[in-house]
Design a binder for this molecule. Sequence first.
Ligand SMILES: NC(=O)c1ccc[n+]([C@@H]2O[C@H](COP(=O)([O-])OP(=O)(O)OC[C@H]3O[C@@H](n4cnc5c(N)ncnc54)[C@H](O)[C@@H]3O)[C@@H](O)[C@H]2O)c1
Length: 414
Amino acid sequence: MSSDFRLGFVGAGFIAKFEASAMRSIRGVELAGVYALDGAEALSEYAREYGLGPCTVYKSVRELCEHCDAVAVLVPNFVRLDVVGQIVDAVRGGAALKGIICEKPLGRTVAEARELVRLARDAGVKTAYFENQIHMKAIRNAIAQLAPAQRAMGPMTLARSSEEHGGPHEPWFWDPVRQGGGVLSDMGCHSIAVSWFVLTPYGKDPMFLQPVSVQAETALLKWGQPRYAKELLDRTGVDYSKTPAEDFATGVVTFRNPETGQRVKGQFTNSWMYDKQGLRLLMDGMGPGYAFEVNTLRSPLEVFVGDAAAESVADAETALEKATASRGLLAVQPNEADLYGYVDELADAIASFRAGRDALLSWEYGSRITLMCQAAYLSAERGCVVDLTDARVRKDLDGYTSLIAQGRGAETLL
Ligand SMILES: NC(=O)c1ccc[n+]([C@@H]2O[C@H](COP(=O)([O-])OP(=O)(O)OC[C@H]3O[C@@H](n4cnc5c(N)ncnc54)[C@H](O)[C@@H]3O)[C@@H](O)[C@H]2O)c1
């Protein structure tokens, strides 16, 4: 296949670098260009070093769109609407985009997610919502391996999914207003999506199961303690003694099979206070008589760095995303971009846009994940189960911004 599909990036930070590294494993697409406030030159250099494409640095979103077949929105949550608005203006001005990719979470609120869906639909552009964990080969292989058992015994009834690490890399993630909350907004979206997908009967659409209720708790377990709040303030400028976000969230989403009426449960747990080796994704699923489990901290590769040698280790994060240690017995993942699903989500988006359709996960799908996340905040605030089949609750959610995302987290967390 020729490299005739031109992809552009808006944003050149952490995730852009990961996606560029995923492109090393994909044929038929080139990184044609990038527009970003910071980091564009370094990304372009990386792209040229690995033969990913010219990755021309453009001076505006419009200019980038005019030279690409699809663009990926890889910017912080608080500039999402603005950037997508600029992309849509470029399309209206004649840029022939086949699709737009957007990173998770689609919106910081239900209203914001819906607005993004509307913008893309009105512009007539196909969409891809990037939820990498659903594309993880481990998850897909587990589901495929268990398909015969599922057909014989019935679908999975319980899925548990967690993503945890010691805290994000950039200050804006910690700021509840700019990010849209804390760890529930940032990573709960992943875990809720994985459970929804795992529980979906084999072969059905990812939006087949209907979310009917959400029960959740949010808490500030580590970063609200005076000592760690000060450390965070010094490092990021965000003051968790005044405007905290949750560093721990857990809950259960109940789904209903619209054909059989069967109810199944997806449990999620997320934290920014997981002080182990680094990022851990832990997922399992259970059906009658069968099960699977994934733990990304288990690697076929271990390295050992003794105290005497540790001083020579310059960058602990070469071992694992969000790594916290550079000595001792370290779990090392040789290909994180592949392990976490970045390769397969990109391949799916490019193949879908080439064929003139939405990716497996569209922005409409992303907006439903936002709805479940926000329902989880509402549940935690009200201390009750949120019934998504209740029209009044749905209306409340349409105009809802969590206390935490309003910068009023002290009222619910401290
Ligand atoms: N799927 C995942 O596992 C995963 C992991 C990390 C981040 N993300 C998501 O990716 C998005 C970006 O996160 P990140 O970690 O790369 O952030 P980052 O802060 O590391 O990088 C953000 C990039 O966007 C650029 N930018 C900021 N404002 C801009 C604007 N108005 N116009 C153009 N460029 C602008 C910055 O200059 C920078 O290059 C977030 O929505 C985040 O939730 C997803």
